[in-house]
Design a binder for this molecule. Structure first.
Ligand code: ZN
Length: 132
């Protein structure tokens, strides 16, 4: 089973917790044990798994990425969003989560985040569920 989640981002750089939306797709699939692939088909947006309990963690990740990879630098890419492309490659376009007993097998503090690096935009996340 494969499904898309639509994500509407509200600022240029932003992490959005999409864990519940992905769990809904797992629920819909009826798969009790298997694998969930989460894929972001964009060149300036990514997906990551990190702490969802304390929102300061995500704020710190965003501010550190912005410090390491500034918006303005002598980049060659004419579109003016090279920082977003670089952040996307560093963070990555996919995650894999094991499904156990119909639930995403995440650690207590883990959440799945959609990572916007060149918003605000309408984005898509593709989720593929494989049982077995
Ligand atoms: Zn570009």
């Amino acid at each position: 089973m494969m499904k898309n989640i639509n994500v509407k981002t509200g600022s240029r750089t932003e992490f959005i917790n999409i864990t519940s939306g992905i769990q809904e797709i797992v629920d819909e699939s009826g798969v009790k044990n298997g694998v969930c692939y989460i894929y972001v088909p964009h060149t300036t947006a990514a997906v990551t798994i990190n702490e969802g309990a304390d929102p300061s963690v995500v704020t710190d990740i965003v501010s550190t990425l912005n410090k390491l990879i500034p918006l303005r630098y002598n980049y060659l890419h004419m579109e003016g969003n090279s920082d977003a492309h670089i952040k996307t490659s560093l963070v990555g376009s996919s995650e894999t989560v094991i499904i156990e007993g119909g639930k995403l097998l995440l650690g207590t503090w883990q959440a799945i985040f959609f990572c916007e690096f060149d918003g605000a935009r309408h984005r898509r996340v593709t989720v593929k569920i494989i049982g077995g």
